[in-house]
Design a protein around this ligand. Structure first.
Ligand SMILES: [Cu+2]
Length: 420
């Protein structure tokens, strides 16, 4: 928790033995923990983050979803922090930073999948969603539900030849099937976040719909409800959940076909509804102000194509593999662009861009009436998504990429430079 607008955090990246699902496993972790500290800040805060690299390889850090400068010692994923090196990040978050759930993780191209898969990711919560909630729902009990999966090979989480389609163990906050308590009729805030490397979740709590307050830490203009929420890697939803009748209810991830991988149904956690029943609160409908780019003047149209070559395990954006020294897209500060992002492959890819959020306008030609911006969207197999975004506040070079980190490491990332 920040004090007087400043939060100081120290993260030590190292190889450590941790206990996962009751067994000792070698992992790559921050501060000795598979589920490292949750960073909690407010809009306008400064975060001074010291990253100590005790790994035998390079690493770096990305604050996913943050509207913050990509330059200097801020959110620059082109940095290489070498073994033995200590680096001081300083993030100056704007006063209008959106409240909700974000996350941090290693973003070193070529090593992002193994480092995140072996444990190097954690959650960030920006306070302030309460301001949009009715008075009786402010300061209700909240639960972070951070989703990660792990596999074990010879007592170690594998960092080479990771098979995202192999049997895997799904965890919630680093725990196997933890218990979440709620009273019958009680309303809670749940912060769902997929902070894993490669796999998707399709989350359901039978009979208890999720009422979405924010998508990718963007508060919605109108609260929407869903029985299931699909979270590709990188995705977050802040939701309201109301407790069901006394008893136990599994929080599940349902079977999901990503097009390449097939994920089975698994129970993630056990929700225990217990205690005196309360009358469920009336849920909000209209929520927060959200910018709508539907009628914006478009300064630039672009087409972006995601493709892959299965035989060589290479992945491309506009026919090219990632090159940190190349600028693929140059955009003007303050301009609004419309991108048609096409997926020419037979599997889904979650498109993600740093620094600025985007508004989804259509999916496969069907208009999408967005109630909030987002920073991660699934590109359907052999399909396309049209997005609009405004490049505000920050100049500099950053990236957009597929958030299946295996694909990102193998080339499915490109650079964008926002210029004055
Ligand atoms: Cu991909």
């Amino acid at each position: 928790m920040s004090r007087n607008g400043l939060l100081q955090v120290r993260l030590v990246a190292e190889v450590r033995q941790v206990e996962l699902a009751g067994q000792p496993i070698q992992a790559l972790v921050y501060n000795g923990e598979y589920m490292p500290p949750t960073i909690r800040i407010r809009p306008g805060d400064r975060l001074d983050l010291t990253l100590v690299n005790k790994l035998p390889e390079n690493t770096n850090l990305h604050v996913h979803g943050m509207h913050v400068s990509p330059q200097g010692n801020s959110d620059d994923v082109f940095l290489h922090i070498h073994p033995g090196e200590t680096f001081h990040y300083v993030y100056r978050f704007p006063n209008d930073l959106d409240p909700g759930t974000y996350w941090y993780h290693s973003h070193l191209h070529g090593l992002s999948e193994p480092q995140v898969f072996a444990g190097m990711s954690g959650a960030i919560i920006v306070d302030g969603l309460d301001q949009y909630l009715p008075h009786d729902l402010q300061h209700v009990t909240e639960h972070l539900i951070a989703l990660k999966d792990f596999q074990v090979r010879n007592g170690t989480i594998p960092t080479t030849s990771i098979d995202s389609n192999a049997p895997t163990t799904r965890t919630v906050n680093g725990q196997l099937d933890p218990t979440i308590h709620i009273r019958p009729g009680e309303t809670q805030v749940w912060r769902l976040a997929n902070i894993g490397a490669d796999i998707f979740y399709k989350v359901r709590l039978p009979g208890r719909p999720f009422h979405v307050l924010a998508e990718d830490a963007n508060p919605v203009s109108t609260v929407w409800s869903a029985d299931t929420l699909v979270l590709p890697p990188g995705k977050r939803y802040d939701v309201l959940v109301q407790g069901g009748p006394n008893g136990r209810n599994p929080l599940q991830t349902l079977a999901y076909n990503q097009g390449g991988d097939q994920y089975p149904q698994v129970d993630l956690a056990t929700v225990v509804s217990t205690g005196p029943a309360t009358t469920p609160a009336t849920l909000p409908t209209t929520f927060a102000p959200a910018e709508d780019l539907t009628h914006a003047m478009i300064d630039q149209h672009r087409t972006i194509v995601f493709s892959e070559d299965d035989a060589s395990n290479r992945f491309f954006i506009n026919g090219k593999q990632f090159d940190a020294d190349r600028v693929d897209v140059r955009s003007r500060l303050g301009s609004v662009e419309e991108w048609t992002v096409r997926n020419s492959t037979g599997e889904q890819h979650p498109f993600h861009i740093h620094v600025n959020d985007f508004q989804v306008m259509s999916v496969n030609g069907i208009p999408h009436h967005a109630v909030s911006p987002q920073d991660t969207v699934i590109l359907p197999a052999h399909g396309q998504v049209v997005i609009r975004m405004r490049f505000t506040d920050f100049t500099g070079k950053f990236v957009f990429h597929c958030h299946i980190l295996n694909h990102e490491d193998h080339g499915m990332m490109a650079t964008i430079e926002v210029v004055p």
